[in-house]
Design a protein around this ligand. Structure first.
Ligand code: BEZ
Ligand code: FE
Length: 277
């Protein structure tokens, strides 16, 4: 078949969407078709390779259930989730950057008082403090903003990954800002950890000699009335894998150094600016 025949086929396929009643769905579907055809043409995709791709996607779907979302993990490791985060954050100057949600968020974390530790179980990691102020884009402190936080233990895993070893509420907590917008979280220093690599997404990383580690970070999901939700991380400046995060989630603006504060605690400041809703 010639290039002309390929173009005719593509035009014929696209023409079937002309009467679609949903303009956004049509835009997305047509773009996906155009890019899929261009991709197959670029690599001269052969039938056995197409089958291998179908098998790969089938295995990815078969691993998904209420607890495991292998398609999101695949999207994460291809950088697609990170790109979608960049596109979703409309980049109002000065607002805190967002990054990937990840699979280990569990709703319903315990409410914690200002300064309380999220650490519930024994852990020999360094104790750290993350403190700051939540403000709106005009610089006004936000009272009552909610910071839903979660991170891994020094063993490298989140509580939800180790139901037999960790208490369900270990290293999770919901903090609320004071009238001056301030918050304070006590926790352990987050450590680098492996993303789940025992499925098709991990197989693809291994087939390409890529690593499946993430740099140490604490997750935050910040909500306040009248503001856009912010899903973000605080990264430790001294952690490994800042430059080769398996899921491309690192943003320079989210990296912080932990240093002894006046009370001798290892602490960092992470001020947050939320976009208007
Ligand atoms: C996480 O940070 O928890 C995470 C994000 C993407 C994939 C796996 C883990
Ligand atoms: Fe994480």
């Amino acid at each position: 078949m010639t290039g002309d025949a390929h173009s005719e086929l593509l035009a014929e396929v696209l023409s079937r969407y002309e009467r679609s009643p949903n303009p956004r769905l049509r835009e997305i579907t047509e773009a996906a078709i155009r890019h899929l055809h261009a991709f197959a043409e670029e690599v001269n995709l052969q039938r056995d390779e197409w089958f291998a791709g179908i098998d790969f996607l089938t295995a990815t779907g078969q691993l998904c259930d209420g607890n495991r979302q292998e398609f999101i993990l695949l999207s994460d490791t291809l950088g697609l989730s990170s790109l979608v985060e960049m596109l979703t954050h409309d980049g109002v100057e000065g607002s805190t950057e967002n990054t990937v949600l990840g699979p280990f968020y569990v709703p319903g974390s315990p409410a914690r008082a200002k300064g309380e530790s999220m650490l519930v179980d024994p852990d020999d990691g360094d104790r750290v403090v993350i403190r700051g102020t939540v403000r709106d884009i005009d610089g006004q402190p936000i009272a009552g903003a909610v910071l839903d936080c979660w991170q891994n233990a020094t063993a490298g895993f989140y509580a939800v990954q180790q139901p037999d070893e960790q208490s369900p509420e270990n290293l999770r907590g919901i903090y609320t800002t004071d009238p001056d917008g301030s918050y304070e979280i006590r926790t352990v220093r987050p450590v680098p950890y492996p993303i789940p690599s025992d499925g098709p997404a991990g197989d693809l990383l291994k087939a390409h000699g890529r690593n499946w580690m993430r740099p140490g970070h604490t997750h935050m999901w910040v909500r306040a009335d009248g503001c856009k939700e912010l899903i973000t991380h605080v990264f430790d400046e001294e952690t490994e894998h800042l430059r080769d995060d398996a899921v491309f989630g690192v943003r320079d603006s989210l990296v912080r150094r932990f240093e002894p504060d006046d009370a001798g605690e290892l602490a960092t400041t992470f001020d947050i600016v939320l976009d208007r809703a």
